[in-house]
Write a new protein. Sequence first.
Length: 407
Amino acid sequence: MKHMKHPSGHFISFSLALMLLLVRSVLSAPYTLSADHEHSAIEAMVFHPFAHDLVALMLPIAFRGISSEGNTSLSLSLVDAVYCCSEHRGGTAKFLGILYPGESQDRRIAPVLREEDCHGSPPTVLKRLIANPDAPHWLGLVELDVKWTPWQVQFTPTKLQGLAKSQHPKVGVHLSHDATRIYPTSFTIPAEHGKLIPVHFSFDVAGQAIVLNGLVVETPPAHYNPTFTGKVPEKLPSGANAVIAIPHTVANAVVTQYLAGEAYVIPLTQSAPPIALKNPVMAGSRNKYVTTSLLGLREYPDAFNLETEWIGDDLRLSRLSLTPRHTACGLDMVCEVKRAGLDALATSLTRLLHAQYKNIPLRSVILQDVMSVKLNDRSVRVHAQVLRAEATARDLILYTKLTLNVP
């Protein structure tokens, strides 16, 4: 069994972990998509500077260049990049980057590009950069387009201007026609008992934000348009850089498809027996989130139905109800005694659960160190601090501060 902080906490953290993976970062339900696909996809709106942080952790990225001296092929390493803007029409995020000759052995250089360089004069920026004593004998300033198409993300260098510390001999470099680097956005994530969950991620740009969607299907559709259908409030909680909407239909589909029958231990006081939860089902309405599940002890597995109710504009546990799953006893006295014992046990466990979890905010039971992911062969830990949790008839909405940490 797995340990968790609250009956619904494990699933929420599981959903968040899958979603954050663009990052590798988002889920949708494992059933056929329709035109009304907002009901079947977890959606996220992630704000600047998260896009910059994500690309920075992928550096260095190697591209093919060609030297003007003999048209020889050489490697160019993108060692620094700054987010400039987005072109919503083409779904393209634009970056400005620095290219070093060769394959950089360092993971990344100290950031030297600034946002104002996006609008500066390239020769002026190059002169400032080349004056750095740690700069190589030649460097390039490159415009970079980052775009998602099903089911991959493309890094395409476009305009390149270079500058050498010395003009003798003259150094000339340009990009090859196939300089684009492509990274898949489809992955499999290990689940329990050797299961592999297929996850397909998509993103689009929206001004200073990125829209993230994802699918959990064996074969994703050939055409998909990521969208964020929720409303972003004018004022976010302090520190929030992402709004995540998890449809209840998605939550229930993932539990049914991949987590059915898995048992999760609910911590109680040391004197209490360990109790385990199975098969949670999620539902909601405005400012109200309800979970129902099976709950039991080692001696009485799946003996109770548990319902929890979270309310408010920042969801808190307001009520929990624990009832035995009665069976008809007829004239069986042993069955009657057992049923009476379960009634008494349900009352005792309800009292313990109320004492420990009453009025606890939902955001406090969501696991925050979500998972480690690989970005360009580097282990990156995704940290998600949920600052507020809301509910609608369709979604669980999480206002979140996302950070990416390198151990």
